[in-house]
Design a protein around this ligand. Structure first.
Ligand code: G
Ligand code: G
Ligand code: MN
Ligand code: NA
Length: 253
């Protein structure tokens, strides 16, 4: 309850910040995109999104918070473009609660027009949680967003019951292999076999594949060998504030 009360005030008190983590091409190491990840600085401490996102979802606060995330990330990405930085996609985590809003498509449209960010560079990361409500309604919204050029990404693929049927129903453009597969890929051959199968299937459906949570050179080498397209993880760098992200891009391109 105390957390809820603080969370209600967090937006007006400007306590949220976005961190950005690059998504690096497995082939040549250049950054082709970034994922925006929210951070809450409350009473001088970082509160983990794992702790407050569920509360935000239960209370509906995720709707204004999610709008803020999308607007801030699109605005930042547009600033980077205008400053002459290499063109990059921007990935945003979208809660099932946001997608359930009747005006979700209008909200995205409005934010794109306010910020001037191009739809084909915006990636909406969704999770299997979107399947719990009205599936047809969700599919209709995703179709409308895709018609605008926006990309849809299946986050945490391979966990829970997210699966092949999901990819087909929601017509995603890319999938992100859950960290749990990557973290054991060097020790457990069955994990490597599963990842190999996921990549092959994704490519036959013409989806891009991102490996999440790559932490070591060995994991990177394996994912590269398995033809994964993009790598995200501490091996390259942790999520960082915008100024640090700019420096990273300056140095590595
Ligand atoms: O960055 P970190 O590992 O702390 O994120 C923890 C979890 O919080 C992840 O599952 C991530 O998807 C989620 N998360 C981070 N930022 C956002 C956000 O802006 N919106 C939503 N809905 N979830 C987020
Ligand atoms: O659930 P989602 O994929 O949106 O969130 C990704 C989460 O993974 C973020 O909280 C991010 O901080 C975290 N993350 C990113 N790279 C790594 C990594 O290499 N190792 C670990 N342990 N976490 C990572
Ligand atoms: Mn994500
Ligand atoms: Na994930």
């Amino acid at each position: 309850i105390k957390l809820e009360r603080s969370l209600r005030k967090a937006l007006e008190r400007e306590e949220f910040v976005l961190y950005y983590q690059p998504q690096v091409s497995a082939a040549d190491g250049t950054a082709g995109g970034a994922e925006a990840l929210i951070r809450w600085v409350h009473d001088g401490r970082f509160v983990s999104p794992g702790d407050f996102i569920p509360v935000a979802e239960e209370t509906g606060l995720i709707v204004p918070i999610g709008d803020w995330v999308m607007r801030t990330a699109c605005r930042q990405a547009k600033l980077w473009q205008d400053a002459g930085m290499p063109q990059m996609k921007m990935g945003i985590n979208v809660s099932p609660v946001q997608l359930q809003q009747d005006d979700f498509v209008e909200t995205v449209t409005r934010i794109l027009s306010e910020t001037g960010f191009q739809p084909h560079l915006l990636v909406l990361e969704i999770t299997e949680g979107i399947a719990i409500r009205d599936i047809q309604d969700t599919v209709d919204k995703l179709v409308a967003l895709k018609a605008m050029g926006i990309r849809i990404s299946m986050d945490d693929f391979g966990t829970g019951y997210s699966s092949l049927g999901f990819l087909q129903t929601f017509k995603v453009d890319e999938l992100k292999i859950a960290q749990t597969f990557i973290s054991h890929i060097a020790e457990k051959d069955d994990h490597a076999q599963i990842v190999k199968a996921i990549v092959a299937m994704a490519h036959s459906l013409e989806l891009d594949v991102i490996a999440e949570g790559v932490e070591t050179r060995e994991q990177f080498a394996i994912m590269r060998e398995l033809q994964c397209d993009w790598i995200q993880g501490y091996y390259f760098c942790k999520p960082m504030p915008s100024e640090e992200f700019e420096r990273y891009l300056d140095e590595r391109g």
